[in-house]
Design a protein around this ligand. Structure first.
Ligand code: FES
Length: 622
């Protein structure tokens, strides 16, 4: 930074930007290419450009901020970026709801893969083709000799049968000047000189599939793509899909997983103007049920105690055996699952977050229909899986929907007037509430006393009314003939159950390590939900153990980042396989204190959780 400039550290993007003296924060972020929502163009009237000041001197709130931001948000350091004129270095946090959609996508891939050392490599060769009747030696022998001559250390000990079928013609068409694609010592194919091999990294989630297409020669990310898992009509959660597979739909579920990957791959190849035959390797991570269904392994045993996976080893399969439309010789690498309900996606996430190397004790959470939790203490990692259900993704709620246009993603409630202000994705009329939105709503309702710490709606509070099925709260009246958006007592119970299940898993791991919630130094949130949830809401609702908000990090799609690392680096694969052997798994269903922990963790404030635990004589408290 030059004199007259301040350094602004921007979380969760991990960026540092300069802000000149007298410049507002929104302008500094814009200059650095960070997309922040600003409907009013910086006049302080839309309230869209919210950021939280974590450290540093940001001056007093302006009149516009006093009007737009509720007091409790200001107390947590929330400001409007367009109204802040830094007076020194700052550390700020931008909630996902304040980021533009393209910026959010970038955040999804916030963790960069490490070293570049792919398993698949291309070598230029000059193969001398036989001209005289007496010339001996097969095409493959000549290719091997040319490889050895051209590149010290490069050696072909085997060739895939499909590659062998194309070898003679490919050599003659290119007059012997070709590129040989090898994986280790196996020849996978022959490509023209100007082409390079491609690789595919896939995070095969039960809800979403995220795909990344790489050039394996340059290491460049050519394209990325996300789509909903086409298996969803067969059940939102893993347990239902396991049941469906057990009832004879396993083949259909496998086909749909392949179809999803194919669809994403096609879109990316078209965008990059490349061809399927150029894709020589894929790395696929996913939860254990997805891994098994994709490979055509039985899943019955995953649905029954003690919930055992069929394998704990990495697997390499030819893409053609899986029906994947890539080069016929291509190989699909799948890292090992860790347990029946902790998959290779969690392994990939903890590799990407470098969990073992962080200063512990620290937690990594991948929140979804199943929440995987890993606790690292002194380099030792324990993990477990919590059946949090679909509520965090908007499922099972009368008002729930996926995060998409029309979904309420955050809300602020004026405690005096009781008025609600909804932030809706796409600035559309509110049609439902997504997972991060329901936490925002619930946190606002608990703060205002509209919902008690035990989760009950309080009769007589503004917006609360009694219907034939009990109390409910009207979030928006609906307009233009649209339906009113309401939250029922049952919706709140569903969130409490999801939250209780997840926090109970965290507490069980802490108990096992002989720690209390206050011993943690860091919490890392991964996955889509973890990216968009406001940590202040998660802390306010005791979803997370009590920790200063600055120690909660959001890292985006860490499983996808881990899959990308394993595609680009053989070393990352080896490290992942070694880590998988070290990780200790805690089976929560057999944990003796799970039921009382769950009951205590259903409360919606940290004080109420702690009081319940004291009543039940559970664990060490903060
Ligand atoms: Fe509208 Fe800041 S841009 S309030």
């Amino acid at each position: 930074m030059t004199s007259g400039e301040y350094r602004i550290t921007v979380d969760p993007l991990g960026r540092e930007v300069a802000c000149r003296d007298g410049m507002d924060l929104l302008e500094a972020l814009r200059e650095a290419g960070i997309g922040v929502e600003s409907v009013c163009g910086g006049r302080g009237s839309c309230g869209k450009c919210r950021v939280r000041i974590l450290r540093g001197e940001a001056g007093e709130p302006s009149a516009e901020e006093l009007e737009r931001l509720p007091e409790e948000h200001r107390e947590e350091g929330m400001r409007l970026a367009c109204q802040v004129f830094p007076r020194g270095d700052l550390v700020i946090y931008i909630p996902a709801s304040s980021l533009t959609s393209s910026q959010r996508l970038q955040l999804e891939s916030g963790l960069r893969p490490g070293e570049f050392d792919p398993a698949v490599r291309a070598y230029d060769v000059e193969v001398e083709l036989p001209e005289q009747p007496g010339d001996a030696g097969s095409d493959l022998l000549r290719l091997r000799e040319s490889l050895r001559r051209g590149t010290p250390g490069a050696d072909a000990a085997a060739i895939d049968i499909e590659a062998l079928r194309t070898l003679p013609r490919a050599l003659r068409e290119q007059a012997g000047a070709v590129r040989a694609v090898l994986r280790g010592r196996e020849v996978l194919g022959i490509i023209p000189r100007k082409r390079s091999p491609l690789g595919l990294a896939v995070d095969l989630g039960s809800t979403k599939i995220a795909l990344f297409l790489y050039d394996l020669e340059s290491g460049e990310l050519l394209s990325s793509h996300g789509l909903l898992n086409p298996q969803i009509p067969y059940g939102e959660d893993i347990v239902t899909r396991i049941q469906q597979a057990t009832e004879g739909k396993a083949g259909r579920l496998r086909e749909l997983a392949v179809k999803g990957i194919e669809e994403g791959l096609s879109a990316m190849l078209e965008e990059s103007d490349r061809e399927r035959g150029e894709v020589f390797e894929a790395v696929v991570v996913g939860n254990t049920a997805m891994h098994h269904l994709f490979l055509g392994l039985p899943v019955e045993q995953l649905g029954r105690s003690p919930y055992l996976p069929a394998t704990d080893l990495p697997q390499e399969v030819k893409a053609r055996d899986l029906g994947l439309g890539m080069n016929p010789s291509a190989v699909v690498y799948l890292p090992p699952p860790l347990a029946g309900y902790v998959g290779s996606d969690h392994l990939a996430a903890l590799m990407a977050a470098r969990l073992e190397e962080r200063r512990g004790p620290c937690l990594l959470l991948d929140i979804g229909t199943n929440t995987e939790v890993a606790l690292q203490v002194d380099g030792r990692v324990r993990c477990c899986s919590c059946a949090s259900g679909p509520a965090f993704e908007g499922g099972g709620l009368s008002c729930g929907m996926r995060a998409g246009e029309g979904a309420v993603e955050s809300v602020t409630l004026d405690p005096r007037s009781g008025e609600l202000e909804l932030a809706v994705i796409g600035d559309a009329a509110p049609a439902g509430i997504c997972g991060s939105g329901i936490l925002s709503v619930l946190a606002a309702l608990v703060r205002s006393g509209t919902v008690g710490p035990d989760g009950r709606l309080v009769e007589g509070r503004p917006l609360v009314a009694r219907g034939k099925d009990g109390l409910y709260l009207t979030l928006s009246q609906g307009s233009g003939g649209g339906e009113a958006l309401t939250i029922t007592q049952n919706d709140i119970r569903e969130i409490q159950k999801a939250k209780g299940a997840m926090r109970a898993g965290i507490d069980a791991l802490l108990e096992e390590a002989g720690l209390g919630p206050g011993d943690l130094r860091e919490i890392i949130l991964a996955g889509a939900f973890g990216t968009y949830v406001d940590p202040a809401d998660a802390l306010a609702l005791a979803l997370l153990p009590p920790l200063p908000i600055t120690l909660v990090k959001q890292v985006g799609n860490a499983a996808g980042a881990g899959a990308r690392s394993m595609l680009l680096s053989q070393n990352a694969r080896r490290e992942g396989e070694e880590t998988a052997e070290r990780i200790e798994y805690l089976e929560l269903s057999a944990y003796p204190r799970l039921a009382p922990l769950f009951a205590a963790d259903m409360y919606l404030t940290e004080e109420a959780v702690a009081a319940a635990k004291a009543r039940f004589k559970l664990g060490r408290q903060a």
